[in-house]
Design a protein around this ligand. Structure first.
Ligand SMILES: Nc1ncnc2c1ncn2[C@@H]1O[C@H](COP(=O)(O)OP(=O)(O)O)[C@@H](O)[C@H]1O
Ligand SMILES: [Mg+2]
Length: 347
């Protein structure tokens, strides 16, 4: 039994309990070496006896401890004291995003995008280092007292193979944020994090979840089969482009989402440009060469590629009844004979 005053591995003194989850209990603890305050995540006993799980858990913790980023919770140390398996990490004083959303009912679009952008930064960095989060959900997005984002539990979900979950009968608590490929038990890549962040962004701006079934299985199936409700149906004041960002991130097929968190980050606002990406299929005869007008990385579709505009508008209109378009651009490297990634500039 771990309580206030307990020592762990001769290095940490437990101060108090922060939270009890399905997989672990999180304590605030003092590191004896320097008196620093850390968050100590201690695995539940049922996992501690699963050797394969423990091996994966420690390997992931070690991999993540090498990553240092302003929007990632630092992992300092991991180890075992008897059958007490722990991770010592940066303690974030504040609240998690779930609590923050509840407190505000729903967030204004600029604040929601600011939070999403910081999560994108952390994901971009982690993906570049070969770490996929796999469990992006508001409980793993911590907010400091200053309102800055720190994402926690990178890679830990990887240690939780489906075998472990079924053996112990523990239900993954985050089924509302599962990507379709996770729900199907298929191979999972970096874009699973983009989908889950799309769900989080949906929840931030609407205060509700896109998919919620009567059971975890029903919810998982909804991710696979159901079209997400248009966020503006729930939050009519939401700018169209923000709805576009969410629906694009929530594409069922990983290849139709933002290709990287950096790309999703770019869709969040910059002064003067309001834009979002999506991929559209085009009719036969679509020009596979570069359109005539280029500006920086972007090739702007002019007269020659009227079909681009038509395809873009038509494709977007399928998801939105009204779309105030002021421009359309396509990226030359994204052209194929039948599809293009389209960059919409909306007003
Ligand atoms: N490094 C940390 N600093 C402060 N609080 C934390 C930290 N890590 C986790 N927490 C808090 O503990 C809670 C439980 O974490 P966890 O056991 O990972 O379960 P879950 O992420 O499913 O809620 C989190 O929701 C968060 O509020
Ligand atoms: Mg967590």
């Amino acid at each position: 039994m771990i309580a206030a005053g307990s020592m762990v591995a001769g290095r940490y003194e437990i101060l108090d309990r922060i939270s009890e989850g399905g997989m672990a209990t999180v304590f605030r603890a003092r590191r004896l070496e320097d008196g620093g305050i850390v968050a100590l995540k201690i695995l539940r006993e049922q996992f501690a006896s699963d050797v394969e799980f423990i091996t994966r858990f420690e390997r992931e913790a070690r991999a993540v401890s090498e990553l240092i980023h302003p929007h990632m919770v630092r992992v300092y140390d991991s180890g075992a004291d008897g059958n007490v398996h722990f991770i010592a990490m940066e303690y974030v004083e504040g609240e998690n995003l779930k609590e923050y959303i509840r407190r505000h009912s729903r967030l204004e679009a600029p604040r929601a995008l600011e939070i999403a952008a910081q999560v994108c930064d952390a994901l971009e960095y982690a993906h570049a280092h070969g770490i996929v989060h796999r469990d992006i959900k508001p409980q793993n997005i911590l907010l400091t007292r200053e309102g800055r984002v720190k994402v926690t539990d990178f890679g830990i979900a990887r240690a939780m193979s489906s075998a472990t979950i079924t053996q112990t009968g523990t239900v993954l608590g985050s089924v509302q944020y599962l990507s379709p490929e996770q729900a199907r038990g298929a191979a999972v890549g970096p874009s699973t994090d983009i989908y889950s962040l799309g769900v989080v962004l949906f929840e931030m701006v609407t205060g509700t979840l896109p998919f919620e079934g009567d059971s975890p299985i029903a919810t998982a199936l909804a991710h696979v089969n159901q079209t997400p409700p248009p966020p503006r149906g729930l939050a009519p004041a939401l700018p169209v482009r923000v709805e576009g960002i969410i629906l694009f991130a929530l594409a069922k097929s990983p290849s139709r989402r933002y290709r990287t968190p950096g790309e999703m980050r770019q869709a969040t606002p910059r002064k003067g440009i309001e834009a979002s990406f999506f991929t559209c299929s085009t009719p036969r005869g679509f020009p596979s060469s570069r359109p005539p007008f280029t500006a920086g990385r972007w090739s702007f579709s002019r007269a020659k590629s009227a079909s681009t505009l038509a395809a873009a508008t038509a494709s977007f209109a399928m998801t939105r009844p009204v779309c105030p378009l002021s421009g359309v651009a396509t990226r030359p490297d994204s052209f194929t004979a039948r599809s293009a990634r389209v960059f919409l500039i909306t007003t």
